[in-house]
Ligand binder design. Structure first.
Ligand code: ADP
Length: 465
């Protein structure tokens, strides 16, 4: 029987599939794995000295998981190094923040080899393997080297960079070549597919056929966009929970009739938080009449604290928020509420619903699920307005949002102004179209489309010989 094997850096099936506090991705993958009696394989998040290569197998929420402990050098070089200090900034168009060391690269290769060696004995002849994200790009190649003939797919959750950016990475050619060990490579957007194809054609002499089929390095693969979504049904149910209701009411009370702009992000330089604060400052500077009648709530959960660039960013945001409040606050009004803690999903749902403007302005983002959650949380009779960066993957689908260039503070500030004065009829029209999209392109569809495509051999595609 054919099973699905999902491989990702971290493995996080919800302990109780009924509770719905886990993220949509974890829920969707878990549901597929339960149905298929599949397996979820990845790093336990723990380190041991020395590395043993032993797997711990567990059943969590009906899903079989296989966890591998790495050693501290792996954690430093592979996870904190190549994944978070090299690939993440590069793929988010920040070559200025890229830290490249050969040891990172070696750690990345070593961990991918360790994943391949420990996964190998678990693979049955008919299993299909689905590798997730930038931590594991070379895994397909390592499995092929060890004789794995199964169908293997790869999905990249973050953007694929333009070829000139990618070529600043030492050994970029090897990285791209390893993408050709898969049968199917999936991206968030058409833009990413185009960037990947562009590199393959110009730098690897690839030939492009119909239907995303592309051949290079003696292999024929498919490259396609599979935009990820949220679990919209589950999110709508969460919204009806007591806790969501409580948070909604608490926010309304604390708003005291003021308009609320809301940002919810991991504290990451790709999210454009400084630019967002500056745009808000511009809005305040240009509209004295608004003072006292609105505020920005920015929830920014601390993330990757061990990486310098994240500590630096945190310092700059602390300063900037202090500066804005120092300049504009009055005894009874704080214009910027800047919160560094995390909230549960049901709590967030209530907070989203209370916001008049959802401010989602990353400088670069694979998709951005906050944009979709914000839309899903709105009251259909009185929906808020989504202000969305043109550089979020979500902008390819969410065309009824107010699309902005996050680098222009005037652009963002004007969009917020426009959103705040938008007539109800227009808000409803835009929201209905956005919501239809959020429901249609949900996470189950993403998963089903990818798996169905991975199961279809290239030769069975219409129009491809
Ligand atoms: P990324 O994966 O880069 O963090 P996404 O927008 O795609 O960005 O996904 C972020 C997810 O994390 C969303 O599901 C969002 O609800 C959640 N999240 C972000 N910030 C917080 C927070 N402060 N508290 C709780 N959850 C958060």
């Amino acid at each position: 029987m054919s099973r699905l094997i999902v491989v990702s850096n971290r493995v996080n099936p919800p302990a109780d599939p009924g509770v719905g506090t886990a993220g949509g991705l974890a829920m969707a993958l878990s549901a597929a794995l339960r149905e298929d009696k599949g397996l979820w394989f990845g790093w336990s998040g723990h380190t041991v000295e020395p590395y043993t290569g032993q797997l711990s197998m567990q059943v969590v929420g009906g899903v079989t998981v296989a966890l591998l402990d790495l050693d501290t050098q792996d954690e430093q070089e592979y996870y904190n190094g190549y994944a978070n200090r090299t690939l993440w900034p590069l793929f988010h168009y920040r070559p200025d923040l890229v830290n490249y060391e050969r040891s990172f690269d070696e750690g990345y290769e070593r961990v991918n080899t360790r994943f391949a060696e420990t996964l190998l004995p678990l693979i049955g002849p008919d299993d299909i393997i689905w590798v997730q994200d930038y931590h594991l790009i070379p895994l397909g190649r390592e499995l092929r080297k060890r004789g794995v003939k199964n169908r293997i797919g790869f999905f990249l959750h973050i953007p694929w960079p333009a070829r000139r950016i990618l070529s600043t990475l030492p050994r970029h050619a090897e990285l791209v070549e390893s993408m050709f060990s898969y049968d199917l490579v999936g991206f968030q957007t058409e833009d990413d597919v185009e960037a990947f194809t562009d590199y393959a054609i110009h730098d690897a002499g690839a030939a492009l056929e119909k239907d995303g089929v592309i051949s290079a390095y003696g292999r024929r693969i498919r490259a396609r966009a599979f935009p990820i979504g949220i679990d919209a049904t589950d999110f709508e149910a969460t919204l009806k929970s007591e806790r969501a209701e409580l948070f909604y009411k608490t926010m309304l009370n604390s708003q005291a009739g003021r308009k609320m702009l809301l940002g919810v992000d991991r504290l990451d330089y790709s999210k454009g938080l400084e630019e967002r604060f500056t745009a808000y400052e511009t809005l305040l500077a240009n509209n004295p009449g608004m003072h006292g009648h609105l505020f920005l709530l920015q929830i920014a959960t601390r993330s990757r604290d061990e990486v310098d660039a994240y500590q630096d960013l945190r310092g700059r945001l602390d300063n900037l928020s202090g500066k804005i409040n120092g300049a504009y606050a009055t005894v009874d009004w704080v214009p910027l509420r800047y919160v560094n803690r995390a909230y549960r999903r049901d709590e967030l749902a209530g907070i989203y619903r209370a916001a008049d403007i959802g401010l989602v302005t990353p400088l670069r983002d694979g998709m951005n699920l906050v944009a979709k959650e914000y839309v899903a949380a709105q009251d259909p009779e009185n929906p808020g307005v989504l202000v969305l960066s043109q550089f979020a993957g979500a902008a390819e689908q969410m065309k009824e949002a107010l699309i902005v260039n996050p680098l222009s503070r005037e652009d963002v500030s004007e969009a917020v102004h426009r959103g705040l004065s938008m007539p109800l009829k227009e808000r409803k029209r835009r929201w209905e179209s956005l919501m239809e999209n959020v429901r249609r392109n949900d996470v189950s569809r993403w998963r089903d489309d990818f798996v169905a495509c991975l199961k279809t051999p290239i030769t069975e595609l219409a129009g491809v010989e």
